[in-house]
Design a protein around this ligand. Structure first.
Ligand code: PLP
Length: 384
């Protein structure tokens, strides 16, 4: 793209202008293209559960088997008594807790019912009347698929050979129709990362022209040296939206808490599209109780590492390779049919996911407790 194009885009999109809202067409919602699994993560899980309801180990959704923390559980038990009340005051307390920790003001933050709610809000805000979203491929599909449902185009840029984002090609793919760039770091389903420095540089260069959404669902699994500092860019007012979730390190997948951070003008625009009252009092109180609980986080990271090493050994012993993971799941290339392998494991009560990317098949195995991984090993050794 030449400089004139950049400037045109700046004029159109500086400050993260959202798309004008359009009324949804219910037929679009029923018209689900793509894989047999359907659009939403819940479709995938329901399909797997319907294939075998007798699941012994759930290693299919990157859940954290150690959560929620005891502090969080206590808070839920205690807050049930006041669950007849609307949770507005806790909502405020939650925002202030995050703002305090990140050094932001409260108007930089929106809490949500899991980060999925924000990802669909972002798609609606920027692409409800079309446009293009640029992301790596493969990556977490929920936000771009929502955009496609609104009539937008998903521009997929293959990851580099080392499974990091191909920032150069992503930049070249940006044009006048581009409404958003979506980065997932660490990436799902690969479990791999891009360099913190490259992500910061990319956001600094691209965000003034096209807003960049960075999905940091697995951020807490990263060593400090691999964590990009995007909060500084947000403080500078660059149109960067960082999306985080409590579903992973805090083990809140069933409690549904997430949040995003962005400059206040973008937050105001996103709020126009986000439903209100989607978070329950007990969930948000539990989130306040466990946010940045370093003891709990360290315990989860230690146990996750044990399970990861056990899984690596299990795979190596059978001659399988894997992508070294920065998350609570591992992506495994296969020289056989992934779907067939997944089904055989499921017959043994072990639920995982399979991918087919071009000619190459993969398994994605979430990390459970060591006990879970031993059950996985029994089934895997039998089938592999
Ligand atoms: N983003 C990424 C990268 C994910 O892997 C997931 C879930 O697996 C989500 C977002 C959605 O998580 P939740 O809606 O539970 O916050």
């Amino acid at each position: 793209m030449d400089r004139r194009d950049w400037l045109k885009i700046s004029g159109l999109l500086a400050g993260g202008l959202c798309a004008m809202p359009v009324l949804g067409d219910p037929h679009l919602i029923l018209n689900i293209p793509g894989s047999g699994f359907g659009y939403f993560p819940s479709d995938v899980h329901n399909k797997i559960l319907s294939e075998n309801p007798e699941i012994r180990v759930r290693l299919m959704s990157n859940e954290n088997h150690y959560g929620p923390s005891e502090k969080a559980k206590k808070e839920i038990r205690e807050s049930i008594a006041t669950a007849y009340q609307y949770p507005w005051t806790y909502y405020r307390e939650f925002i202030e807790k995050i703002a305090d920790f990140e050094g932001l003001s409260a108007d930089h933050i929106i809490p949500s019912s899991g980060s999925s709610e924000l990802l669909s809000t972002i798609a609606a805000c920027f692409m409800s009347n079309g446009g293009e979203v640029v992301s790596a491929f493969p990556t977490f599909w929920s936000m771009p698929e929502h955009a496609v449902r609104f009539g937008a185009k998903w521009v997929k840029i293959p990851l580099r050979d080392d499974h990091s984002h191909d920032f150069t090609t992503m930049k070249k793919a940006i044009n006048l129709h581009t409404r958003l760039v979506y980065l997932v770091n660490p990436n799902n389903p690969t479990g791999t990362i891009s360099s913190a420095h490259e992500i910061e540089e990319f956001c600094r260069e691209v965000a003034p022209k096209v807003p960049v959404v960075v999905d940091e669902a697995y951020f807490d699994y990263l060593p400090a040296s691999d964590r990009p500092d995007l909060i500084s860019l947000i403080k500078e007012g660059l149109p960067v939206i960082v999306v985080r979730t409590f579903s992973k390190i805090y083990g809140f997948a069933g409690l549904r808490i997430g949040y995003c951070m962005a400059p206040p003008e973008m937050i105001k625009k996103l709020e126009l599209f986000k439903g209100s009252g989607t978070i329950t009092g007990p969930s948000i109180k539990a989130a306040i109780a466990t946010y940045e609980d370093q003891d709990f986080k360290s315990m989860v990271l230690r146990k996750n590492d044990e399970s990861k090493k056990f899984l690596y050994r299990t795979l190596e012993n059978k001659g399988y390779s894997y992508l070294p993971s920065y998350t609570n799941f591992v992506f495994v290339p296969l020289d056989k049919d992934g779907e067939d392998f997944r089904k055989k494991l499921l017959e043994k009560g072990v639920a995982i996911r399979a991918w087919e990317l071009g000619e190459q098949h993969y398994l994605r195995i979430s990390l459970g407790t060591l006990e879970d991984m031993k059950i996985f090993k029994q089934a895997f050794d039998y089938i592999a």
